[in-house]
Design a protein around this ligand. Structure first.
Ligand SMILES: O=C(CO)COP(=O)(O)O
Length: 250
């Protein structure tokens, strides 16, 4: 059985004091039996959050990682550094990184390998743009992105990947995909992974939906047989809302 996973993606929000105040508010409450809770926070807040999360069941994640271990890459953070902090997860290939920071499928794949090299669990984002959806290219886009992200991974590694299907037109717009639509695409992504490996591996991979997930719609997504969690932006920023998201995943 796949354990549901709710991950907050704070994006470029929260100072250290805001992050620690948030954590104090959700501690104990965003910890629910049978649900995995992850907070993916800005780099600057990670040391304080990892410290605050000690002894809790909440895992801390980063939102990006460089694919090299170290070197002349001004402004970048490596897997070595994240592992050293005690970070457990890392978001890779978020559509905002693909769109604003020119992350290609090849770079995404290198980052996925870097995550595994350093014992970090990658949350790999895939998803189509509005014009791709309108041109009925949703599945072909997701197939290309998924196959590229998994390239060179062993079946054992593949089974550990968390995939987040985030249709770009649904991010921060309030326009969420219907749960049936999301289920259809996510089942397709699972088939793509089965094609790369086998059914057992594909059935082990957790696939989240992301894009305007809120406390009032999270259980509808999680009720779909192939949807194993949610990657949440805006609604993960307020403690009460974040707790309700985790509760809704039970
Ligand atoms: O991009 C997202 C999570 O990674 C989704 O953001 P919203 O939940 O704000 O739509």
């Amino acid at each position: 059985m796949r354990k549901p996973i709710i991950a907050g993606n704070w994006k470029m929000f929260k100072t250290v004091s805001e992050a620690t105040a948030f954590f104090a508010d959700v501690k104990g409450k965003a910890e629910v039996d049978g649900v995995e809770t992850v907070i993916c926070a800005p780099f600057t807040t990670l040391p304080a959050l990892v410290e605050a999360a000690k002894g809790t069941s909440i895992a801390i994640g980063a939102q990006n990682v460089h694919f090299e271990d170290n070197g002349a890459f001004t402004g970048e953070i490596s897997g070595v550094m994240l592992k050293d902090l005690g970070v457990q997860y890392v978001i890779i290939g978020h559509s905002e990184r693909r769109a604003y920071f020119a992350e290609s499928d090849e770079i995404v794949n290198k980052k996925v390998h870097a995550a595994f090299k350093h014992g970090l669990t990658p949350i790999v984002c895939v998803g189509e743009k509005l014009e791709e959806r309108e041109a009925e290219q949703t599945k072909s886009v997701c197939k290309v992105q998924t196959e590229a992200a998994f390239q060179g991974l062993s079946a054992a590694q593949a089974a550990e990947v968390v995939v987040a299907y985030e249709p770009i037109w649904a991010i921060g717009t309030g326009k969420s995909s219907t749960s049936a639509d999301a289920e259809d695409v996510i089942a397709f992504i699972r088939d793509v992974i089965a094609g790369l490996y086998d059914a057992a591996t594909a059935n082990a991979v957790r696939i989240q939906y992301g894009g305007s997930v809120k406390p009032n719609n999270v259980s509808e997504y999680l009720g779909q047989s192939n949807i194993d969690g949610a990657l949440v932006g805006g609604a993960s920023l307020e403690p009460a809302s974040f707790i309700a998201l985790v509760e809704g995943a039970k």
